[in-house]
Design a protein around this ligand. Structure first.
Ligand SMILES: Cc1cc2nc3c(=O)[nH]c(=O)nc-3n(C[C@H](O)[C@H](O)[C@H](O)COP(=O)(O)O)c2cc1C
Length: 403
């Protein structure tokens, strides 16, 4: 029988510990988010519905996004035991430049709409932890602004090719003059995908003030206050974009983009070129033959062609075909640093994350993006150690069993 006693006041003393007071209130609040899923839940509470859904949603029935996330969830890790993992070196080289971790922040448009700290916050975190960040063509901070915010960062510029080639050229030139090193040519957006949540929400960029948004404003007053009292959303591109996103894409970006354009870009851009949105072995071979230094195997996070190939499954056949000639990156569905380790084990040089950092941004601005980076980087280190590897080169496909 358990012997019980009546607690005395002095027994409570050693148990009473005030909550640690390090950092600002927002940083302390972010530190309580234990996973990207936690950040997503907070993001949802803090952002107008249409904006959250623009980030969280994908095309049509959102099958591609679900498949990517499910595959990460369902794969099996195969650890080796009794290996010395007192340290784990997470560093790597991405297109010739050292990176502290095998992941980067993918380009995302309209980032200042998610949170007023926008691209500057994302670029600063990427610089601080030592990973690449790609600014989108439809970013809401200029290349000059991002360069000023993160002068030492590995800055990439993502290009959508405009019907007006001169305009594309001038954007590239601005990025080059601001010290952006790598050009990312996105090729999976000949037309806009069918983002049904946006249609249902009547989503426009910038968000329009309607009876519905006024009501929403009452529920997210901080977002609206920050949105209305900071610099209006603008960038060179946004002067002609605006309104319904899918219509703007169709009006401005060139569906006639083809391999000849890649040849042209290769002549214009002296740094590395990465083609993003490659989804077949043949296309990967062809773009590398035309001068691409890397490919991102991507279906745009499921936002374009629904039911397209799961990028993770393309890694092995494509690395086999072009791995000696170019670097192979992957994105789509990463919600955990273990996902990044799995992608590297299957042969990717790095994985890129989109929504994961946007959830952090919407949840808590720069501190939220930092929290995303901290969660992912700690996951990478821990997963490596639990797998029994102390450096990224030791990872190989035998560490993964795909379902
Ligand atoms: C809100 C949002 C905006 C995006 N905007 C762009 C963009 O402007 N250019 C681009 O190449 N990809 C864009 N993407 C796709 C991402 O670069 C990346 O391929 C995708 O987010 C990866 O999937 P994940 O979000 O599951 O990590 C966007 C993605 C999201 C979620």
């Amino acid at each position: 029988m358990t012997k019980r006693q009546i607690p005395r006041w002095s027994d409570f003393g050693p148990l009473l510990k005030p909550a640690p007071k390090e950092g600002t209130r927002r940083q302390r609040s972010m530190a309580r988010a234990a996973s990207i899923g936690d950040l997503r839940r907070r993001a949802k509470g803090r952002t107008p519905r249409a904006v959250f859904d623009y980030v969280d949603g994908a095309a049509d029935d959102e099958v591609s996004l679900a498949r990517s996330r499910n595959l990460f969830r369902d794969l099996e890790f195969r650890p080796n035991v009794l290996r010395d993992v007192s340290t784990a070196d997470t560093s790597t080289t991405i297109l010739g430049r050292p990176a502290a971790y095998p992941f980067g922040f993918a380009p995302t448009g309209y980032t200042r709409m998610m949170h007023h700290e926008g691209e500057v916050a994302v670029a600063r975190v990427a610089e601080r932890i030592g990973i690449p960040y790609a600014l989108s063509t439809v970013g809401t901070t200029t290349p000059e602004g991002v360069a000023q915010a993160a002068p030492g960062g590995d800055r990439w510029f993502q290009l959508y090719v405009w019907r007006d080639r001169e305009f594309s050229y001038s954007l590239m030139q601005r990025a080059k003059d601001s010290g952006f090193r790598t050009l990312v040519l996105t090729v999976d957006l000949p037309v806009g995908g069918a983002r049904l949540r946006d249609v249902r929400n009547g989503m426009t960029v910038p968000p329009s003030i309607t009876a519905k948004t006024v009501l929403d404003g009452a529920m997210h007053p901080n977002w609206w206050f920050n949105f209305l009292t900071t610099e209006p959303l603008s960038f060179a591109s946004l002067s002609s974009l605006g309104g319904n996103v899918a219509d703007s894409i169709d009006r401005l970006f060139d569906p006639a983009l083809d391999f000849a354009d890649l040849v042209w870009l290769r002549e214009q851009w002296s740094g590395p070129i990465v083609v993003k949105g490659v989804q077949s072995v043949e296309d990967a071979r062809r773009v590398v033959d035309l001068g691409a230094d890397g490919v991102v195997l991507s279906n745009h996070g499921g936002r374009q062609l629904d039911r397209s190939p799961i990028p993770l499954l393309l890694i092995q056949p494509i690395v086999e075909k072009i791995g000696m000639d170019a670097e192979v990156f992957v994105d789509g569905g990463v919600m955990n640093g273990g996902d990044i380790v799995a992608a590297v084990a299957l042969g990717a040089g790095a994985a890129f994350v989109g929504r994961a950092y946007l959830y952090g941004l919407m949840a808590g601005g720069e501190d939220g993006v930092q929290r995303t980076a901290d969660i992912l980087s700690a996951d990478v280190t821990r997963t490596m150690k639990l797998l029994g590897v102390s450096s990224l080169d030791e990872l190989n496909p035998d560490h993964i069993r795909l379902p």
